[in-house]
Design a protein around this ligand. Sequence first.
Ligand SMILES: C[S@@+](CC[C@H](N)C(=O)[O-])C[C@H]1O[C@@H](n2cnc3c(N)ncnc32)[C@H](O)[C@@H]1O
Length: 214
Amino acid sequence: MRLRKIKNAGLQLAKHPELVIPNPEIHRGKWKKLFNNNNPIHLELGMGKGQFIIKMATLNPDINFIGIERFDSVILQAMKKALEVKLPNLRLIHFDGARLLDIFEEHEIEKIYLNFSDPWPKSRHAKRRLTYPAFLEIYRKVLVEGGEIEFKTDNVHLFEYSIISFNNNDFIFEDFSVDLHARDEEIVTTEYEDRFLARNQPIYFVKVKLKGVK
Ligand SMILES: C[S@@+](CC[C@H](N)C(=O)[O-])C[C@H]1O[C@@H](n2cnc3c(N)ncnc32)[C@H](O)[C@@H]1O
């Protein structure tokens, strides 16, 4: 996500520890305690400016949502939006998804959303794709048995790559579309998704489920 670096973004994030969790490592294995309930936890990795997760948390008060974003200038935008609605079931974390296992214990998460992940088209950058096998191995660990991943993209190459990656890494396909918005259903959109929809571009979607715990 291209966004001008915002001076003091870190300081601004630190002003709202009730929403943007400082030192997320200390909550490893204890996230449900932080939410003060036993509800399922859904994660959005690469949340961007937060439109999707804020709407999802508003519509689903019985699910706890955690948004993760690695760029401080970007998560700051999400924080500002989330502060306007103050949802008890939403927390944000400024963190790199590659280190997910430092903040979540095994089987702590019910669902992961990957929305419009950076495509990293060059093969030498494949390791950075959020559906690269090493990432799927991390998701496999943090997800509960039967846990799910929902993946949306505008990028057909990343979609094909991700389908193969899910398939080769023991995920079961539950749902699939090459034009998600042709469906007659309410779809919660992201900032990127709105941009592609405005250009009439199709949105590719897949939902997979974890087969079992190794
Ligand atoms: C193309 S943007 C999409 C943002 C948002 N999901 C949307 O659909 O509007 C991808 C976002 O993922 C974030 N991201 C990419 N790799 C990440 C990682 N390893 N950990 C956390 N965030 C990551 C980027 O910083 C960027 O904000």
